[in-house]
Design a protein around this ligand. Structure first.
Ligand code: FES
Length: 158
């Protein structure tokens, strides 16, 4: 779904999740299906899921916020995930991340105004020996310093 597209309606949401109600433990598959379809979990999904699964809204919210991969707004054209786990922290990922966010003028989970890039934290990309690591549109990039980060941002036009 495009960054500025209208929000999905409850009917859109129901059409996607209703066929999954028969699954055992359907909440996560439903959330994945919604994220797959829209690129994020629409606000309106919480009451629909709570109603369908006979759960409290807070419970559904809790699950969505527990998993970092579920986002609550459409992502930009590119998604940059910056590792914030221990090995990357010891190699300066916090400063790198802050400088990147400052440069883009956004916070974690936010998208640049032009919709070019969304920045999200991630907790270990399996590249601890080559920290700090990031993932740009699903591609892991290791040993990222300021220059390499700039190169990545240039690549996505941010
Ligand atoms: S801690 Fe960052 S890749 Fe493992």
């Amino acid at each position: 779904m495009h960054f500025n597209a209208p929000a999905p309606t409850s009917e859109d949401i129901r059409a996607i999740v209703t066929p999954l109600t028969a699954l055992e433990g359907p909440l996560l598959p439903m959330l994945h299906a919604l994220q797959q379809e829209f690129g994020f979990i629409p606000q309106g999904a919480v009451p629909v899921l709570a109603d369908l699964l006979n759960l409290g809204r807070a419970e559904v919210h809790g699950v969505i916020s527990f998993y970092h991969d579920f986002r609550d707004a459409p992502a930009g054209r590119h998604v940059l995930k910056i590792c914030r786990a221990e090995a990357c922290q010891s190699m300066g990922c916090d400063a790198l991340a802050q400088a990147t966010l400052d440069k883009l003028g956004i916070g974690w989970h936010e998208t640049t105004r032009d919709g070019a890039v969304t920045v999200e934290p991630v907790y270990c990309l399996g590249m601890c020996a080559c920290a700090p690591a990031v993932m740009l549109d699903g591609q892991v990039v290791a040993r990222v310093d300021t220059a390499r980060m700039q190169h990545l941002l240039d690549e996505v036009g941010a």
